[in-house]
Design a binder for this molecule. Structure first.
Ligand SMILES: CSC[C@H]1O[C@H](OP(=O)(O)O)[C@H](O)[C@@H]1O
Length: 368
């Protein structure tokens, strides 16, 4: 997608072919810095420290991490070590395991001499697939926005609320929750987005607002706790969020605070959708609240904030007493009963076992 007058993906192979390049998202929105990943530990650090984040992008980075590892040592032992190292970076987004399993399965069966190139080619293909998948999610979600737009007066925008960043920066391109928004905007449909700042790492304020601003999509940044008020006053027509892991029965694990938005949406009759590729469905899990591991990150993400001072210096400042204990839960689970539907690359379905099985029978059957 666009940043200024240039088109970007969030991750791409370096020109000299010996590295993979990423946008270091910890520097946005204040600086656009490109980081070069040249070995396994670079990829692991980029995921763990959230230089890259978002389920699909975590998966894509992990795939390239495996490829970088196999370049230095294509042995079975090295493949296993790379898998374990990358898998240990973050526990919640299922795309990480999905991507690692796919690389290990497709490349591990090859002769050792073929593995490095095969892994590199596969990682690139997975990135292209992700971009195409998200574009299709956009087409399928666009229909929801168009249906609302038809009920509006000419020029009156469809108001969408989104949480965290499920944009092109959370994927290889297009995003999941934002893909329908971009397509609606590009089609000339009047649309406006309420962007949850999304404490504590502020992916909404720093990433979603950055994306929408660069694409020219009207948007308003709001504090996380404003969503209920906006919905009570009829200011939100539709909620679209991303997912880090959706269960076989349609429970949606996403950034902390998503569940509260879903509760407010239900109480106010606002449609609440999750947009996700099928690679984000964990078919082995049904009860998301009971079974999905919720990442707990360092307390400093809550007790401090990072921003640019009035003097143009990016600084980190403390906002809580030094003696205050901190809990930093990074995700929560929205039960399927609160989800109006799932927007996938194969269409929009009910957040249920039957809904997912109808769109992905071959995958649902495997788990039966
Ligand atoms: C399209 S997945 C986006 C998903 O990932 C984010 O989490 P994080 O920034 O911690 O990786 C958030 O839950 C987004 O909705």
């Amino acid at each position: 997608m666009r940043i200024g007058d240039r088109d970007f993906r969030s991750i791409w192979p370096g020109e000299d072919g010996d590295c993979v390049e990423i946008i270091d998202q910890t520097k946005l929105p204040h600086a656009l810095e490109i980081a070069r990943l040249t070995r396994l530990d670079d990829a692991a650090k980029a995921i763990a420290d959230m230089w890259v984040r978002g389920a699909p992008l975590i998966g894509a980075t992990a795939a390239y991490g495996m490829a970088l590892a196999l370049r230095s040592d294509p042995s079975d032992a090295a493949l296993g070590h790379a898998y374990d190292t990358l898998h240990a970076t973050r526990p919640t987004a299922i795309n990480l395991r999905w991507a690692l399993d796919r690389v290990r399965q497709e490349v591990g069966r090859l002769p050792v001499s073929d593995r490095a190139q095969a892994a590199w080619t596969l990682a690139a293909r997975m990135c292209d697939e992700d971009a195409a998948t998200n574009r299709q999610i956009g087409e399928n979600g666009l229909a929801l926005i168009e249906a609302i737009a038809r009920e509006k007066s000419p020029g009156e925008p469809v108001n969408v609320l989104t949480h965290c960043n499920a944009g092109w920066l959370a994927t290889v391109d297009w995003g999941t929750a934002t893909a329908p928004i971009y397509l609606a905007h590009d089609k000339g449909i009047a649309i406006h987005v309420y962007v949850d700042e999304t404490r504590p790492r502020n992916q909404g304020a720093g990433l979603t607002a950055f994306e929408l601003g660069n694409h020219g999509v009207p948007h308003t940044l709001v504090v996380d706790n404003a969503g209920g008020h906006l919905m009570q006053h009829g200011m939100v027509d539709l909620c679209i969020v991303g997912s880090d892991r959706t269960t076989a029965r349609g429970d949606v694990c996403n950034k902390i605070g998503t569940y509260l938005k879903a509760l407010a949406a239900r109480d106010n009759g606002v449609p609440f959708y999750a947009a996700l590729p099928v690679s984000t469905v964990d078919w082995t899990v049904r009860d998301g609240v009971a079974e999905i591991p919720i990442e707990q990150r360092g307390g400093e993400e809550v007790s401090h904030v990072v921003g640019m001072s009035d003097h143009g210096v990016v600084e980190r400042v403390r906002i809580a007493p030094e003696t205050t204990p901190v809990a930093n839960y990074a995700f929560d689970v929205t039960p399927a009963r609160l989800v109006s539907g799932l927007i996938t690359e194969r269409g929009v379905c009910e957040a249920s076992e039957a809904g997912l099985a109808a769109l992905f029978p071959e995958l649902a059957r495997k788990q039966a």
